[in-house]
Design a protein around this ligand. Structure first.
Ligand SMILES: Nc1ncnc2c1ncn2[C@@H]1O[C@H](COP(=O)(O)OP(=O)(O)O)[C@@H](O)[C@H]1O
Ligand SMILES: [Mg+2]
Length: 251
């Protein structure tokens, strides 16, 4: 479904991603670990096609289409959706209007607001004065309205209090396992594909992840079973990984 080939990305005049290779198959959930500043959010920004970064080399292929230099709106229409780590405030645009637009102007999408405890936010400017947990719930409500085929989640559990983590985790689960619109027969048991960034691994209590990657200093150093990688990271940090042979950094 998604293939990233030798991706080099620059931001602020510095090379942040130095040749990333990564694949997410249809119906697969992949998890991306990595220390702060390793380039995880930059990788998602490059896949979604927004923000500060410039692809200087390599390719991003989605459903067989080269999307490397496409606009963010085209990528969203192709079926990519994203929950940002720190989405911007959008002054002058109401959350409810964005939810309806994300659902291709289907107003019934607003009915989901209640399950996300977001009814009283629909008339507010997007993210303005929202708490950490409210921002995450708002992002998930937008994704539920958009129904993307491929979902990018950037630290869905970060900044969320323990009480709300259950709601966020269960909603992420529902989002990944909802049947695709129009799916028939065995296709319906397949779930939405996703690439999920997590630092704490908490979200893994809610979703079954198929494959894990460790991104460090702009390169994928390691891949393996998500729970094995998480155990190694908890025990040894990002210095070494015993469940795979951590690839040495070639500068
Ligand atoms: N707009 C920008 N200009 C310059 N450098 C940036 C910009 N955005 C991110 N970076 C840098 O890119 C590196 C990777 O950032 P990021 O992708 O956010 O890391 P992660 O999500 O893994 O913590 C960091 O050193 C960060 O400071
Ligand atoms: Mg980040």
């Amino acid at each position: 479904m998604l293939e990233i080939i030798d991706l080099h990305v620059e931001a602020g005049g510095r090379e942040i991603l130095k040749g990333v290779n990564l694949k997410v198959e249809e119906g697969e959930t992949c998890v991306l670990f990595g220390p702060n500043g390793s380039g995880k959010s930059t990788l998602l920004a490059a896949i979604m096609g927004y923000g500060h970064c410039t692809v200087t080399k390599g390719k991003i292929i989605f459903k067989g289409i080269d999307i490397t230099h496409m606009g963010v709106d085209e990528r969203a229409r192709l079926g990519i959706g994203m929950m940002m780590q720190r989405p911007p405030n959008v002054v002058g645009v109401k959350l409810g209007d964005l939810v309806v637009a994300a659902a291709k102007y289907d107003k019934t999408a607003l009915d989901h607001a209640e399950e996300f405890r977001m009814e009283s936010f629909l008339n507010r400017d997007i993210n303005v004065g929202f708490s950490g947990g409210e921002i995450k719930r708002s992002e998930l409500l937008q994704l539920t309205a958009q129904k993307p085929e491929f979902i990018l989640l950037d630290e869905p559990e970060s900044g969320v209090d323990l009480e709300s983590i259950d709601l966020i985790g269960n909603k992420v689960h529902d989002l990944l396992y909802q049947p695709r619109p129009g799916c028939k027969g065995s296709q319906c048991s397949r779930h939405t594909s996703a690439l999920v960034i997590t630092n704490t691994g908490q979200i893994l209590d809610y979703i079954g992840a198929d494959k894990g990657y460790i991104l460090k200093e702009g390169l994928i150093r390691c891949s393996g079973r998500p729970m094995d990688l998480l155990k190694d990271i908890r025990e040894r940090g990002y210095k070494e990984c015993i469940s795979c042979r951590m690839v040495e950094i070639k500068e």
